[in-house]
Design a binder for this molecule. Structure first.
Ligand code: TRP
Length: 347
């Protein structure tokens, strides 16, 4: 398969607004990523200059002991991107750790962020708790919002499509941007806006824990028909809805949350909700409806992914192209920033 990338120009010269976003390469992506941002990106690539980062550098901040896992998932996440319909003719996909300008910008920006500000970042706070890092958080992990600010600004992005947990990162990015612009005395870097989907964060199958493939409570984008069926069967519903005739609760019912996120027929969904609340609609019936929707959504993604995975060399070539292009853009921004701040330059 030939993955063409050649009509994207090397420089950000046109007037299309720029999008930058990315994913940590810690494992294949799942439906949560799809609802949370992948499908936004597929739509936005037509109207924006879009860059996607395979954030292997950021993934290392909480996977330092397993670098080979982080590295091998670069290709997996790239396959997920292509499989859902990210088009390398429209979107530049790049490997974060192969862009040295990002590391240099991070170092510069770190001087404009206090440690206490980093410790107050709500996402960082939650993640430190979730990972049990309270007593031994690394400098790399604490500072990843700064490296994310480098990611966003290096591409001069104005729009960042992400899940809601990432909003504090954009806020911190903009604080850095304002400081640098004030210091430079010119609008050196644009402020960015988070684009957060209306559906909210997708819950895990069991409705409690955080979605993760390893915990077995997420549906991967490459799920087989059986995996999809079993996941839907296991989905948390209303524990008090014991018989079909009982009135049921829709709030906190994972099956309905997924229907809200993935059905393209809101009329039918609100109808099902009304019948469920009233009593007389069984869990199995709702689950069968959801399963059908998910099977239809996932099968073309799974097929396309399998075809692409057969030709990893071609995917690598596309990644190399994208990364080369991103290297130029990010180096240009670093040069601008260094010049605007009056940092040392060779004469
Ligand atoms: N922090 C993001 C996540 O955990 C991944 C990411 C890295 C990112 N760099 C980014 C997102 C830049 C948006 C912009 O999913």
């Amino acid at each position: 398969m030939n993955i063409a990338t050649n009509h994207i120009p090397d420089r950000v010269t046109d007037t299309q607004p720029v999008i930058l976003t990315g994913d940590r390469t810690t494992g294949p992506l799942h439906l949560g990523h799809y609802a949370g941002s992948l499908r936004n990106r597929v739509a936005l690539q037509h109207s924006h200059r879009q860059y996607l980062l395979l954030a292997d550098g950021q993934a290392m901040t909480d996977n330092a002991a397993t670098p080979e896992k982080v590295a091998s998932n670069v290709l997996e996440v790239a396959l997920d991107y292509l499989a859902v319909g990210i088009d390398p003719e429209l979107t530049t996909i790049a490997v974060q750790s192969s862009l040295p300008a990002l590391a240099e910008l991070t170092m510069l920006y770190m001087n404009h962020v206090t440690v206490s500000r980093l410790e107050r970042n709500p996402t960082i706070k939650t993640e430190i708790q979730q990972r049990g890092f309270e007593r031994d958080v690394t400098a790399g992990f604490l500072c990843y919002p700064v490296s994310q600010a480098a990611d966003i600004t290096a591409f001069k992005a104005s729009l960042v499509p992400v899940g809601e947990d990432q909003a504090p990162m954009i806020e911190q990015t903009n604080e850095i941007v304002r400081r640098l612009n004030r210091l430079a005395g010119e609008p050196l870097l644009p402020e960015a806006r988070a684009l957060i989907p209306a559906v909210g964060r997708l819950p895990s199958i069991d409705g409690i824990s955080k979605m993760s493939k390893s915990a077995g409570n997420a549906i991967p984008l490459s799920a087989s028909p059986d995996e999809i069926r079993n996941a839907v069967r296991r989905m948390y519903t209303d524990p008090d809805h014991l018989t079909v005739s009982d009135p049921g609760k829709v709030e906190g019912n994972v099956v309905f949350t997924y229907l809200d996120a993935f059905s393209d027929d809101p009329g039918t969904v609100s109808d099902l909700k009304a019948r469920y609340r009233r009593g007389g609609l069984g869990d199995m019936q709702v689950k069968n409806h959801l399963e059908e929707i998910l099977q239809t959504l996932i099968w073309p993604i799974r097929e396309r992914r399998a075809r692409l995975a057969d030709d990893p060399g071609e995917v690598m070539r596309m990644l190399r192209d994208g990364t080369d292009r991103a290297r130029k853009v990010t180096q240009e921004t670093l040069d601008d920033v260094r010049a605007a701040l009056g940092l040392f330059h060779w004469t």
